[in-house]
Write a protein that binds this ligand. Sequence first.
Ligand code: GLN
Length: 206
Amino acid sequence: MSLTVGVLAIQGDAHENITSTQIALKELGIDGKVIGVKTTEDISKLDGLIIPGGESTTIGQLSLVNSSLKIIKEKIERGMPVLGICAGMILLSKSVNDHVLGKTNQPLLNLLDIKLERNSFGRQKESFEAEISMNSINIPKFNGVFIRAPSVSDVGPDVEILAKFNEKIIAVKKNNIIAVAFHPELIQDVSLHKYFVNLIKKLKTN
Ligand code: GLN
């Protein structure tokens, strides 16, 4: 069995996520390839998708225009695993408020029952790194890189909280959907990418 993992490559940190996922597959000894997803045709081939960090309004708007937002949503609803990182976390949410601007009217996938606050930790120059833990998925120590990161102010039923930082929720999971506020592709440690690849393998086998 070979896995095809896609990284949405419209805008943002696609390249770094492709590299981290390739390393994760190699370290796990799982046969698979990683593709940058640019067209709607690419989406049909995928066993799993990473929506990278970047600018959620840009990624959302461009995906809306080329219909990929709708096609991605349908695939995730049918069970395709997705890892949303920072802007990707925002796009997966059902409800988004900006820390400064309030209600945003941006295109969303509307899949994850969470209330999300954009730019929750301040501006670009307030970016920081912090040690976090995701014990429930066996990642007790992880270096979180926060760049204009969102946080989750409320979770709906069955949404599992994976991590908090300074009392704010920064990583969640519901079934095939994982969303994190920090950037795992910017560090050497690929344990979160490995966890995601293993989830894709497990859900493809079932
Ligand atoms: N704050 C950005 C947004 O709203 C996300 C930042 C990031 O992905 N690093 O899209």
